[in-house]
Design a binder for this molecule. Sequence first.
Ligand SMILES: Nc1ncnc2c1ncn2[C@@H]1O[C@H](COP(=O)(O)OP(=O)(O)O)[C@@H](O)[C@H]1O
Ligand SMILES: [Mg+2]
Length: 265
Amino acid sequence: MNLPQSVGEPMGPALAGPVLLVSDLSKCYGGPVVLRNLSFAAFSGVSLAIIGANGSGKSTLLKCLIRLTDPSSGKIDILGQSVGDMGASALRQFRSRVGVVWQKHNLVPRLSALSNVLHGVQARLSGPRSWWQWAAPAEVRAEAMACLDRVGLADKALQRVDSLSGGQQQRVAIARMLMQRPELVLADEPDASLDPQSGEDVMRLLSDLARQDGLTLIVISHRLEHTLAFSDRIIGLAGGVIALDVATDQADPIMLRRFFDKPTQ
Ligand SMILES: Nc1ncnc2c1ncn2[C@@H]1O[C@H](COP(=O)(O)OP(=O)(O)O)[C@@H](O)[C@H]1O
Ligand SMILES: [Mg+2]
């Protein structure tokens, strides 16, 4: 295995092994190879940005990590488990430990913010009482309110999500993800559908929450300035391989530009 030097690796006795270890990962959907022999590790509490031009395989990589798509070859270990070896029930349980924020949040528009956040608990506890906010057990409801409070939306708890702004809706989706009590957070362009200010607010919120909870965050952003502001380490994909692996504070913004698409005029 050709494991690159891992920037952001904790020093000293805290070294307890990586939260995530990708070894020789390749993915091909049937056409050209999308990912070719990727190897990298991510350590506890580190915010790792994945960058690359449109179509470079960023989303494919994230999907491989939680097996929304099967890698063609290679091995992925996350939170001490081998992702490729899991059966259906182990995979379900594993996914409940990983919070994911997508560009499109898939909230239920006609339900309240609080009801949507409660749905996050279904990863841990199932049953109809976690569907509607009024039916949920008091302690679960209180936890959902606390999650909404953490994203600054406690005052919108009973409002239908389709009456909220795009940025507020994404924050509800983040609160729903927190309700899972995730041990690792993956975010695929959570800022992409939002206006510049809301996008930045969402990225800062995710980064702050991950830092407060000591969580590892793997985040894709199509914006160079967000990548620089909200990551500790950057991996750049180009031509199916890791073309860059650098600590963010050592990164040269001019050199990073080639990993981003030019904005359309
Ligand atoms: N489900 C799929 N079936 C076939 N090809 C796919 C599929 N998903 C993505 N691809 C292809 O894989 C490449 C990488 O896509 P993607 O991972 O979405 O890139 P990115 O997120 O960096 O824009 C693209 O060429 C895309 O067309
Ligand atoms: Mg993508």
